[in-house]
Design a protein. Structure first.
Length: 357
């Protein structure tokens, strides 16, 4: 998958932009507040119709306009598709080849974006919710049935929580819902476990390339129950043991919706003992490694990295650029050019961006 062309209308500081990209490496350079992050935010939005930073559609609409439009031509091998996303205050409209798309999961098949943005540096120290979101979003990009599992799980969890809040407590209903939740939990657990095990095979190799360190980078999955054989039995016991607490708190207090993971360099837990630099390189590795899970060359993800080079020393800057140059299509931003990249620059100036000639 490649973003061949991008057209923006009233998206953030871009009133009107029409730009073609390179197949491999795209280096976006410009002073502060010129629109580098805005540009890659638009590319990111193509895969989930969501921003990585705006909580409301309104933020993405140019302050003098009523709506913003992102249009893009995406190629996958010989095939070419047109995505259009229109953001309005009251919602968004997405179309693919001019036909409306109702389920946003439909966009994942057209473009899969892997990203690293500065705030990801603290992922391992932040709240478990952010790590869970990372895990859920990333697995969903590679396994659509997982997305549907999560949606069904959320629905059941809400029904159970509603039942716990009810004045006339229906213990039978709670029991039925608990059994259904446990069934789905096991599938979610197995999918997460498989994904983490696949990633663990990739992390040390990618980390070595980027960091020049031979330390073993790994993920430790903190599962609600880590026992495939006796999963149902153990899960039902925990739900039963917690029922009174759940009734008192009027919410389900245990389950896969609370799971988490940790990352280790050798035997050091990075959240506790990692330096800022180690955390940054480890999270970059974590977020880019799923690239190598894709076997079909036409479906390789697009990578975006915002403001990452300025934080790296010369060795890691060279390592990262050399690593990225071999990938399908990459967008990287920085306030200055890099001595390790001779070409493929885009210059970001007053509300516009141009290919360097
Ligand atoms: N909705 C909007 N309408 C107009 N300008 C915006 C909007 N959102 C952000 N901007 C402006 O876009 C400019 C560039 O932002 P950004 O892409 O984050 O810069 P940088 O190049 O440092 O990454 C900022 O000056 C900001 O005020
Ligand atoms: Mg920026």
């Amino acid at each position: 998958m490649k973003v061949k062309n991008l057209r923006l209308i009233n998206f953030r500081n871009y009133k009107s932009l029409d730009i073609d990209f390179y197949d491999g490496f795209n280096y976006i350079v410009g002073d502060n507040a010129k629109g580098k992050t805005n540009l890659i935010e638009a590319i990111y939005a193509l895969s989930f119709a969501k921003s990585f930073r705006a909580s409301q559609n309104e933020e993405m609409i140019n302050k003098d306009a009523l709506f913003a439009t992102i249009n893009a031509t995406i190629t996958s091998g010989e095939l070419s598709k047109e995505i259009e996303i229109q953001f309005r205050k009251e919602g968004k409209k997405v179309s693919l080849n001019k036909k409306p798309v109702n389920k946003l999961s439909g966009l994942i098949d057209v473009i899969n974006v892997l990203s690293f943005i500065p705030k990801d540096t603290s992922l391992l120290k932040d709240s478990p919710r952010l790590r869970r979101n990372y895990l859920n979003q990333t697995i969903s990009k590679f396994d659509k049935s997982y997305l549907f599992l999560l949606i069904s799980y959320e629905k059941l969890l809400k029904e159970r929580n509603d039942a716990l809040k009810s004045i006339n407590l229906n213990l039978n209903l709670i029991d039925v819902l608990t059994h259904q939740i446990v069934k789905l939990s096991k599938e979610i657990y197995l999918t997460r476990k498989r994904f983490i095990s696949d990633l663990n095979k990739l992390l040390p190799g990618v980390y070595a390339k980027i960091s020049s360190s031979e330390e073993n980078l790994s993920i430790k999955y903190k599962a609600f129950i880590d026992d495939e054989e006796k999963y149902e039995e153990k899960a039902l016991k925990i739900f039963t043991d917690n029922l009174n607490n759940d009734i008192k708190r009027k919410v389900t207090t245990v389950g896969v919706q609370k799971e988490d993971f940790e990352m280790y360099l050798g035997d050091r837990n990075l959240a506790l003992y990692g330096s800022q630099g180690e955390n940054r390189l480890s999270v970059i590795t974590l977020k880019l490694s799923p690239y190598f899970l894709v076997k079909d060359e036409d479906k390789l993800p697009v990578i975006i990295l915002d403001d990452v080079l300025s934080e790296l020393d010369k060795t890691r800057e060279k390592n990262l650029i050399d690593f990225l140059k071999n990938l399908n299509q990459v967008f990287i931003t920085n306030t200055k050019k890099s001595e390790f990249c001779e070409e493929n620059y885009f210059i970001c100036g007053e509300n516009t961006i141009k290919k360097e000639q």
